[in-house]
Design a protein around this ligand. Structure first.
Ligand code: UD1
Length: 422
């Protein structure tokens, strides 16, 4: 089992380049199959989830070249609508192929992604919306979803919750539908805006992403209306936020390059409360942690532009060594505190009751043998290990590799004592 070994207590100092956004590239890759042409996508992070997406695209018949930075996808030769159970179950995000494959091929079979480390992960909103667009969807036994639609027809869709994945599936499917689709209570995340920009760059007509109401003028599968596209993905706001937490907790002084500050404003605001200072430049930001972190009174995770659930775990690590008590309320996912038991092994004082965690800051964390149970929870253990006295071993690094490119190398380049062991 791969692991990270950290000798904590070093202040971070230097520069870190932030990679392209995982949550932006995944739907963009899936969307690249609808233009029947070539998509060139830059700033594509070399992550396990990206490689899995590429494997699925090849399974569907697309030609994909990826050099670790730029992906070139030729979807003209796509000839399958079936995604193997093995690939679908390997990553929850495979559900993002539902809208693109259905609208391009008129049918799809894919396994239900099932639950995951964060608790149940239903796709009811995705299915309900695609049914409204005219798809017939059969949730067959053994978790297999079969959907077909000769012609999708644009309509008004009111989402019960601003689901990121459902919004993306509807946007992509609606591009090849007849007439206008309006998504109300749509997710507003920056990755939704990036998807709109990518689809528009290949000839789609979408507006409103980021506002909560998205208008898609469908082309009714007109083969000539979409074309080849070259696009650069936005930087990863959660990766940037994680390195901000690492700089803050170690009392470090780190410049993060390739950052869109607005995208990570709620995290900056919370860390400012802890005494962390920020200095913003064009596309970079300097993060200067305090000698002693002040308590952050309360953080509530929410859909964008609220505080991101994907930064909850890393901020719990920061709060665990602050001077006083803080409260975290997780409103987005049912079961997202698996990192807490591991932090407690390191000496943290955290009590969880349902969606609420009460974090009483301790004077010091102590290195321990801990295990990453999910992606962001694993990153939080690295953040804690950077501060802890002595040696921390974070087992099961594969979770963390899903979302961070060379995290150990980037942290080591700013002075952390961290290595990855195979
Ligand atoms: C995306 C992000 C993930 C982030 C999450 C919330 C990607 C690849 N992943 O996940 O990193 O943590 O947004 O910001 O972009 N829900 C339903 N029914 C549905 C769909 C969702 O009940 O059909 C619920 C989920 O169980 C969850 C909440 O809605 O409680 C938010 O989920 P959603 O916004 O869909 O997250 P993802 O798109 O899966």
């Amino acid at each position: 089992m791969c692991k990270y070994i950290i000798d904590g207590g070093k202040r971070l100092n230097g520069e870190i380049e932030i990679e392209g956004s995982k949550n932006a590239i995944l739907p963009i890759l899936a969307a690249a199959i609808i233009n029947r042409d070539v998509s060139v996508i830059h700033n594509c992070p070399a992550l396990r989830d990206v490689l899995l997406m590429i494997e699925i695209m090849r399974e569907l018949g697309c030609k994909v070249d990826f050099d670790g930075e730029t992906a070139v996808i030729d979807s003209s030769c796509m000839n399958s609508y079936e995604i193997s159970r093995k690939n679908a179950l390997e990553m929850r995000s495979s559900i993002i192929f539902l809208g693109p494959v259905l609208s391009r091929m008129g049918k799809i079979t894919i396994s239900h992604p099932g639950g995951c480390e964060l608790g149940p992960r239903p796709v009811d909103l995705h299915l309900k919306a695609l049914r409204m667009l005219g798809a017939e969807i059969y949730d067959i036994c053994n978790g297999l979803i079969y959907a077909k639609a000769d012609n999708l027809k644009g309509c008004e869709i009111q989402l019960d919750y601003p689901s990121v994945g459902a919004t993306e599936n509807i946007m992509i499917a609606a591009v090849l539908s007849e007439g206008e689709t309006v998504i109300r209570n749509a997710a507003k995340e920056p990755e939704i805006v990036d998807l709109q920009n990518f689809l528009n760059a290949m000839g789609a007509e979408i507006k409103g992403a980021g506002s909560g109401i998205i208008y898609i003028n469908g082309n009714g599968r007109d083969k000539n209306s979409l074309h080849d596209v070259e696009y650069t993905v936005i930087p990863d706001r959660i990766v940037a936020g994680t390195y901000m937490a690492a700089a803050a907790i170690t009392g470090g002084d780190v410049v993060l390059k390739n950052v869109i500050t607005d995208h990570i404003a709620p995290v900056i605001s919370a860390l400012k409360e802890s005494g962390t200072q920020f200095f913003t430049y064009d596309d970079s930001i300097r993060v200067k942690g305090p000698e002693k972190l002040a308590a952050i009174e309360i953080i509530r995770t929410l859909p964008y532009p609220g505080f991101p659930t994907d930064m909850q775990a890393q901020l719990v690590s920061v709060m665990s060594v602050a001077d006083g008590t803080g409260i975290m309320i997780e409103t987005v996912f049912e079961s997202r505190y698996k990192h807490v038991d591991e932090l407690v092994k390191m000496g943290a004082n955290i009590k969880v009751d349902g969606r609420i965690a009460v974090i009483r800051g301790v004077k010091a964390l102590k290195g321990a043998d801990v295990t990453a149970r999910d992606l962001r929870g694993g990153a939080a253990l690295i953040v804690a290990g950077l501060k802890a006295e002595g040696c921390t071993i974070v087992n099961d690094s594969k979770h963390i590799e899903r979302g961070y490119v060379n995290i150990e190398k980037k942290l080591a380049s700013v002075g952390a004592n961290i290595v990855k062991m195979q």
